[in-house]
Write a protein that binds this ligand. Sequence first.
Ligand code: S3P
Length: 453
Amino acid sequence: MPHAPASPLLASRPAGPLTGRLRVPGDKSISHRALMFGALAVGETAITGLLEGEDVLRTAAAMRLLGAEVTQLAPGEWRVSGRGVGGLTEPADVLDMGNSGTAARLLCGLLAGHPLFAVMTGDASLRKRPMKRVTDPLSATGAVFRTREGGRLPLAVQGAADPLPLDYVLPVASAQVKSACLLAGLCAPGVTRVVEREPTRDHTENMLRHFGASVSIEDTAEGRVILLTGRPELVAAPVHVPGDPSSAAFPIAAALLVPGSRVVVENVGLNPLRTGLFATLREMGARLTIENERVEGGEPVGDLVAEHGPLRAVDVPPRRAPSMIDEYPVLAVLAGFAEGETRMRGLQELRVKESDRLAATAAMLAANGVAARIEGDDLVVQGQGGATSGGPVPGGGTVETHMDHRLAMSALVMGLGTRAPVAVDDAAFIDTSFPGFAALMNRLAGGEALRAP
Ligand code: S3P
């Protein structure tokens, strides 16, 4: 699908500090899953707080094409009337997943278990991303996938009429691959077994249980073993989507950078497999606290309070990567303002995100006067010291965002702390995960900190 013309944006140091209370849009991972589980359940699933970003709207459209009734009642408030496990119907048109790797990969799992033919595509970024990581294991169900060269989209799938359960040890730490296997396993008789050596976000497992499936999880010497009993009757269940911690990262980072700032981000999801960034920030000495911790809809949530202060460099171990995989670009920005050299280890998975985020993050920093280098799978950032009195990071660069929402937001946050404004070539993709980002940041800044150049 042709993409709307690029919309460049510029961020410059706001006149005053960032202050106020805010909420960020709903969690992207949970939103995709809520729509998919709703489509597989019997009855009507009520969803509140759904992220209405482009990525999730693609999943909503795909579920409609597969026979579910999906309706928006009010902003964030949605209803899904499901078809029951195994009840999805053949889509009459191509499933276009836009920019969303999560939607595309999870959907492969759903399609594998249904006896239907489907064709899937995506935008130029998604069409570059590897799909073999799901089509390979899913082929063992009996589904037949055909992809472009290199396992890229568009792909065609003939789902299995009698899907077999999978027994799969994940070769990469990927919640998307794990979830695709589990979703296929819903349609197969018997027990599907998925093993992950490093734990990744467990929203799929939580939601399977929430909708009535039988899932057992055991930590063993082999890793985390997940057993799912196939062909359950999933029953519609309400889903309250918390604020996305990956989106909360941006106003929090901005508050840490801009002198005098204090922001409170309310109702943020705090699933322990998602909060690696917050642990890392505390190691950097960030003034970041959690208030009002509670459990809502089966997921822990809380209000995050971030205040400006000095940051020191940090060494982030590779085992933390799955719990903060989407947060490295914005952490790299903060590392540029910290005292000392930060090393982020084991970032190979960043090469296959919406862009090659490892290369693009290093380029973003270099374009704005921060020394950064890639050593093997590590990103090393030379911090420029504190961000007080005008900020020592020069800025002044234009960042190429490569159709990647998180690079765009990271660069714009950086520009709030640099001496000269930072420009991004295209801010349009921010809408995939964080509609209203610029307006929200401007409200916190009390002026036009982000604006068209
Ligand atoms: C996601 C998993 C992560 C993450 C993505 C959302 C999910 O990808 O980067 O934004 O919802 O399962 P991988 O599982 O491929 O690392």
